[in-house]
Design a protein around this ligand. Sequence first.
Ligand code: DX5
Ligand code: ZN
Length: 218
Amino acid sequence: MNNKIKIAPSILASDFSKLNDEIHDIEGAGADFVHLDVMDGHFVPNLTFGPPLIKSLRNLTKLTFDVHLMVSNPDDFIDEYIEAGADILTVHVEACNHLARTLSYIQSKGCKAGVAINPHTDIQFLNNVIENLDLVLVMTVNPGFGGQKFINTMINKISSVREIISSRKIFLEVDGGINQKNAKDVINAGANVLVAGSSVFNTNNNRNYKMNIEALKN
Ligand code: DX5
Ligand code: ZN
């Protein structure tokens, strides 16, 4: 198994009525991060959850909480998400007026800082904020919903982001439509954190999350 690759199941695809069990089960199955998709119905056309839910899950696990903020004006909420238990806080570049300031503020609070880029986003700006980055999240679908189809042209983009990151200790995370078929391609292109919603939780194999996570890593 490739231990350098981290799997971040997105609980958006889990059974919300059994979140306690779902978190314990992915932890037992070898997940590395818990990916928490925060949507505000404004930056993206969907609504999910906020700090109270994240806080209520915090004591269930020691897994890294990887919080993906798909919200407008993320600066207004950074403190709340860190207090709720975020270990990594990722903002979308298009939502930030002063990205470097936002990232360095997150880091100053002892949290890792990430930036997310949409499928259409140019990536040259990464060079200008690289010193304040712990993670780059490459969206491989348009954000807003789980269960969408992976956009194949994003493979080249992942390679280009890998060139910019080079060997720096910055996670390269991919998010959207990741499954057993394309995992190898995104890893070969340079990704080292794979977000997976549907391919971990929505399966017909009797909730065998271990099998699903190992299949992504292998
Ligand atoms: C989409 C979210 C993703 C999504 C992943 O906007 O950021 O994290 O939940 O789900 P799948 O793996 O089903 O595409
Ligand atoms: Zn996400």
